[in-house]
Design a protein around this ligand. Structure first.
Ligand code: 9G3
Length: 566
């Protein structure tokens, strides 16, 4: 491609509202432009990188036995009404009406569409398993689009769906897709971890997220410092190793704690550790209220609460609801004397507490010498967030945290959609069964941004060869000089003949501008045709290491091939 005839609008200055490196550089290097909040155009260089990532995804999906198809973005509301999700999703699901006022969703994901297709087209167990995928734009009306392509409202996703007549068959395909995902992210040059995840609203049990390690990642990964254990902090279980101390249980005492509300205030006021206090939070779990207790130095993990109650909505009770239900404000809540209508659950750590402190359910009062089982009843489970230093759930090493960008997510869905939508097959005994499903997503445009986030330096992007928009950036320093211009053209054509991917900078620009743009764009190898063109000598520069050396043109092709194979 000739730069004089393509569109690569590089910028000198850093765009104001771009907060993270990848967003800044993809804008400055002319890979993309924003159309609206969370909505982007991929300019020619960005489109070529997108194509490279998609090609890697296609090769690995085909190898894993997943077959490509293409479903519509326009999804009739009836399908989402059948699955129930028309009602359970809020403003994030983009909806519209057609000219006949019929309702549609803009595809945020395609479980409903693919399940209705299989329902119509597959009737016998002989046709299973099937594994189908697409690469397509998805629409999710994010409340706060941010970080460029990392959280957009229209983005490119590869989404695959598998259908099975048995759990074993699903387990097998799940493992094949898991392996394919590892190969995809390796080939993209990403430093990633597959982490045990929470399946959220999708139901089903096993699910893994593929996380690219990055300081700007929105997710927190809990990983073992000695084993391969890694989990999304949302679901990482905490091992119950608490031992009740044999200290004597003292008499319960009600004490005045005027205007002391937070754990830290109460602990300081009573001169005890936060770990000696019981933190009581009132949650609305679907349509009932639950008081959740954790030790004062721990945090309630609302995802664990949600999963324990198999609820669809778990939210902190509002101050108004708290007052109505507990007859006091948030800062004085406790488990003693709670009305029967409120279920009390507690994290395992609470059970091992002796002579603790808790709210008295009365403004300005707390109890001391609180002893679980003696003073209140509760159901004990794992309800807290795991913390750095906790034992790793696999029993090997201790937990450390890392931030991650989720680029992939694989689920064992089970029959949640096939039952809701009647996607059944006749098994070998002629009995009607719901298909067992898996689904597998990769954020393709998010992967592009994650690569840019991982591969850059102070001068700009530094693309790994596998996904770079071109392999070679060929620069003619002075296009007014006949020898340089002619050698540049000759090399351009001979490299194209040899199937190299070449971007030729044939612009009427100063050398400094050309080199600065080249550093910004980040193509792995640069060939400069300059002063020594008359001697048949060009300069080859490796973008990543900065090393450069002079090469005679008859050695150029071999040199480039050797450098690209590294
Ligand atoms: C929606 C909206 C947002 C959503 C969903 C639905 C996330 C939704 C989960 C998935 C599950 C898998 C197939 C590919 C892999 C991920 N956000 N999810 O279902 F209507 Cl607005 O998308 N789908």
């Amino acid at each position: 491609m000739r730069q004089s005839s393509t569109l690569i609008p590089t910028l000198r200055e850093v765009p104001a509202d771009a907060e993270v490196t990848s967003h800044q550089l993809l804008l400055r290097a002319g890979f993309m432009r924003q159309n609206a909040s969370g909505v982007y155009s991929f300019l020619p260089l960005g489109k070529r990188v997108l194509q490279k990532v998609e090609q890697i995804v296609r090769e690995e999906m085909d190898r894993a036995g997943s077959v490509e198809l293409l479903m519509p973005a326009l999804q009739q509301a009836e399908l989402w009404q059948e699955s129930g999700r028309w009602y359970s999703y809020g403003p994030e699901l983009m909806r519209m009406k057609d000219r006949h006022s019929r309702e549609f969703a803009l595809g945020a994901t395609h479980e409903e569409v693919i399940t209705s297709l299989l329902r119509d087209e597959v009737k016998s167990y002989k046709r299973l398993p099937l594994n189908l995928y697409q690469i397509q734009a998805k629409f999710r009306d994010e409340k706060r689009p941010r970080f460029g392509l990392l959280r957009g409202r229209e983005f490119i996703m590869k989404d695959a769906y598998s259908f099975h007549a048995s759990q074993e068959s699903l387990d097998q395909v799940y493992d094949q897709m898991y392996a394919a995902y590892s190969r995809i992210f390796e080939r993209c040059g990403l430093n990633f971890r597959a982490v045990i995840a929470d399946s959220g609203a999708m139901g089903g049990k096993d699910t893994h997220e593929f996380m690219v390690l990055s300081e700007i990642g929105e997710d927190t990964i809990a990983y073992s410092d000695t084993s391969s254990y890694a989990a999304n902090i949302e679901m990482a279980p905490v091992i119950n190793t608490y031992e009740k101390s044999d200290v004597a249980e003292e008499e319960l005492v009600k004490v005045e704690t005027p205007a002391q509300h937070t754990i830290d205030e109460v602990a300081a006021f009573l001169n005890v550790e936060a770990a000696a206090c019981i933190k009581s939070l009132l949650f609305k779990v679907d349509d009932r209220f639950v008081l959740v207790l954790v030790r004062g130095d721990h945090e309630v993990n609302d995802i664990k609460v949600k999963n324990y109650f198999e609820a669809s909505v778990v939210e902190l009770a509002t101050p108004q609801e708290t007052k109505e239900i507990m007859a006091c404000a948030v800062g004085s809540l406790g488990p003693i004397g709670v009305s029967e209508s409120v279920e009390v659950v507690a994290d395992h750590a609470v059970k091992a507490m002796v002579n603790g402190v808790c709210g008295a359910n009365e403004e300005g009062y707390h109890y001391t010498n609180v002893n679980p089982e003696r003073d209140f009843k509760a159901t004990y489970e794992d309800f807290r967030f795991i913390e750095e230093g906790d034992l790793s759930p696999d029993g090997q090493g201790v937990i450390k945290f890392a931030k991650g960008i989720e680029v992939g997510h694989v689920f064992k869905l089970g029959t949640r959609y096939s039952e809701a939508m009647g996607a059944t097959y006749l098994d070998e005994n002629g009995r009607t069964q719901p298909m067992i499903m898996g689904c597998y997503g990769i954020g393709v445009s998010r992967t592009l941004a994650a690569i840019a986030e991982q591969y850059n330096d102070e001068k700009g992007l530094v693309w790994p060869a596998n996904v770079s928009p071109y392999q070679v950036h060929l620069i003619t320093v002075n296009t007014k000089n006949d020898e340089q211009r002619e050698l540049g053209e000759k090399l351009y054509n001979s490299l194209l003949d040899r199937r190299f991917e070449v971007l030729l900078d044939d612009r009427q620009e100063r050398a400094g501008v050309k080199f600065a743009d080249s550093d910004l764009i980040g193509i792995p190898l640069r060939v400069t045709v300059g002063k020594r063109a008359s001697e048949g000598i060009v300069e080859v520069k490796v973008r990543k290491s900065g090393e450069s050396f002079e090469v005679s043109v008859d050695q150029l092709e071999a040199t480039l091939t050797e450098l690209l194979s590294k």
